[in-house]
Design a protein around this ligand. Structure first.
Ligand code: ATR
Length: 301
């Protein structure tokens, strides 16, 4: 660790959520700030939904450089941005706000980027994987939306499966329409759904499996959840965005079967990089020291 610096000219950012107590982002950004010796600070900001716009305007007035936005504000952040990047437009959600000097707000969605960057840093050649077969994505919530968008960008055929089938159908329609609108000249996105009770049987065709549901999460609806992976080909990559516990039953089952498995903590770390660069002006790295620092903090909770 290098030096902790904060002066009257400190660069300021934070994370807006409700609640925000669970967020690891303050620890991560302040760790990187100290490591780079940057004069800055990153704080947790607990803001109720009806105060979101007031809070953002207040942060701008106070000279903040921007903020991360987490549950339940990601759609409100999309609405407040004057300009959003294409992936955020398709996902319909924003998790990173940058306050520009001219007073306008730029919004981006970095969750999908974080997911793909984490696969790559786990040694998985994502472009090659996309040409090997479809990605089967479990869930249809906010995380599914961002990850599906990034997987489409990487050229995957994305197949959604969700307990409530209507949510998966709705998400496919929305993503398809938003993709065509953003990229009218590009090929149509390859998006489809399969039944929740039928996906285990289809695993032999898949190149990537990603769990974006809360199944397997400590304290969640089914912490012991581990599906039957016996139909998977030996090339299937299994990933989980749940990171408490760090090795979910799904990941353990995949490893025990000799499959490549990728955990959720790295997505959280990588999604933070674009914001850090925009607000504090430095590139960061998700190296062993960063992962160890955040792991230790998680284990103390
Ligand atoms: P997020 O925005 O974090 O993705 P969410 O919108 O609450 O969270 O979505 C949670 C996901 O976990 C949903 O896909 C949900 O399925 P439903 O749409 O059917 O609710 C899924 N999920 C939660 N509990 C589940 C359970 N016991 N079995 C199967 N899926 C479950």
């Amino acid at each position: 660790m290098s030096e902790f610096r904060i002066t009257g000219k400190a660069k300021l950012a934070g994370v807006i959520g409700h609640p925000v107590t669970h967020s690891l982002s303050p620890l991560l950004h302040n760790y990187w700030l100290a490591r780079h010796g940057i004069d800055g600070a990153y704080v947790p900001l607990s803001v109720a939904p009806d105060a979101f716009v007031t809070a953002v305007k207040g942060l701008q007035a106070a000279g903040f450089r921007g903020a991360n936005v987490t549950i339940p504000h990601k759609q409100a952040a999309f609405a407040i941005a004057d300009e959003v990047d294409p992936m955020a437009r398709i996902a319909g959600s924003v998790n990173t706000l940058v306050f520009r000097e001219d007073g306008t707000i730029h919004g981006s969605s970095t969750d999908g980027f974080g997911y793909v960057a984490n696969l790559e840093s786990d040694g998985i050649a994502v472009d090659a994987l996309a040409s090997r077969g479809p990605a089967l994505l479990l869930g249809a919530g906010g995380a599914a939306r961002s990850i599906a968008t990034s997987l489409l960008e990487k050229g995957f055929h994305v197949i959604l499966s969700n307990r409530t089938a209507g949510r998966a159908d709705g998400l496919v329609k929305e993503l398809d329409a938003a993709w065509r609108q953003s990229f009218p000249k590009a090929d149509s996105p390859q998006l489809s759904t399969i039944a929740w009770d039928g996906w285990e049987q289809q695993l032999g065709d898949m190149a990537l499996l990603v769990n974006t549901t809360s199944l397997g999460m400590q304290g969640g609806p089914a912490p012991e959840w581990a599906p039957d992976l016996s139909k998977a080909s030996g090339h299937l990559v299994v990933s989980d965005i749940v990171y408490v516990p760090q090795e979910t039953p799904l990941l353990r089952a995949a490893r025990e079967q000799g499959l490549t498995a990728s955990g959720g903590l790295g997505m959280l770390l990588h999604q933070a990089r674009p914001g850090f660069r925009a607000w504090f002006g430095a590139e960061t790295e998700v190296d062993e020291a960063t992962v160890a620092y955040i792991r230790t903090a998680l284990n103390k909770r």
